[in-house]
Unconditional design. Structure first.
Length: 317
């Protein structure tokens, strides 16, 4: 199995941080590493890590164990920022380049600021857990203080062992919240980053697009983002998706062909990955069908059976 770095470098680093090889994690997730992973396939990676480790809080554990040098240019940019507030803003921007789709970023609210992450499926907690635990871990190292967030909220329900989160974060998070946020008081945001070189951080900013993601993986993320946005608007046709990407339908089709695919195969891949994740949650099959743009449960069932050889209902067992 290939370990091509087009599979998210962050995903590969997370796998190593909990003692598993990339091959083991991708196999457990039922994926290959020969092309860029979509966001939904990244969620499958987390489920694979949970199965391998037997830890329902594996995302928290990876964030706790994460080393700055495992984050590549993101870690370097964070450590060379002038202050914690500057580091969080820069880190959120670079993480969004890596993850794509506007799912993560810096947020300011009154006298607080920090990180916000959006998830399509709040039941898959590990990605948010890892980002927030890794972010706090990095902030503590960079400022040489045992920082405690002013607020931490998760959309996910309480985990089996919430005391693990309280022990690491220094306060009990709020569960089943309306959003995922990790916030710090303004006086903490002004803390100095020891050993920082702001000029180095500026250089990383300028080189960020090529350092964080190659052009081919960026195209894949741009397509994924445009597809879901178009679907949310009720029309995920090739014309609408291309328009959201600033392309003609013909140019988009050509780009997909050059990558060995087509609009229909990419559409099916994205829908299948999200359907398989949603079927592990509490939403009814009718709700899943509607959220994925199908006119009826029957139409969704036909598509899912064509993709997988089994019905949606049997996949829940």
């Amino acid at each position: 199995m290939s370990t091509d770095p087009r599979a998210s470098p962050l995903t590969l680093a997370l796998a190593r941080s909990v003692g598993f090889s990339v091959e083991e994690v991708l196999a457990a997730a039922g994926l290959s590493g020969d092309r860029p992973l979509t966001f939904d396939e990244g969620m499958q990676v987390w489920k694979g890590l949970e199965r391998l480790s037997g830890d329902p809080c594996v995302g928290l554990e990876t964030g706790i164990r994460f080393e700055p040098d495992q984050m590549g240019p993101i870690g370097a940019a964070f450590l060379h920022s002038e202050s914690l507030g500057d580091a969080l803003e820069r880190g959120g921007r670079l993480l969004d380049l890596l993850i794509g789709g506007g799912r993560i970023g810096f947020v300011e609210r009154g006298g607080e600021a920090g990180m916000q992450q959006r998830m399509h499926d709040p039941t898959v907690r590990h990605g948010v857990d890892a980002v927030f635990a890794g972010g706090l871990n990095l902030a503590r190292r960079a400022t040489r203080t045992e920082l405690v967030p002013s607020q931490i909220r998760f959309e996910a329900p309480p985990p089996p062992t919430p005391e693990r989160y309280e022990r690491f974060f220094g306060r009990m998070p709020r569960w089943s919240a309306e959003e995922n946020v990790l916030l710090f008081h303004c006086h903490d945001l002004e803390r100095e980053i020891f050993g920082a070189s702001p000029s180095m951080a500026t250089l990383i900013d300028e080189a960020a697009p090529s350092l964080v993601a190659g052009s081919s993986s960026k195209r894949a993320r741009d397509f994924e983002r445009a597809f879901w946005e178009a679907l949310d608007e009720g029309d995920a046709s090739v014309e609408r998706v291309a328009r959201r990407m600033g392309l003609s339908a013909r140019t988009l089709q050509r780009q997909l062909t050059e990558r060995g695919g087509s609009f229909s195969t990419e559409r099916a891949r994205l829908l299948r990955a999200r359907a398989e994740i949603m079927l592990k949650g509490e939403a009814s099959i009718e709700e899943i069908a509607e959220r994925l743009g199908y006119q009826s449960r029957r139409a969704f069932e036909r598509a899912f059976t064509r993709w997988t050889g089994r019905s949606p209902a049997s996949s829940r067992g």
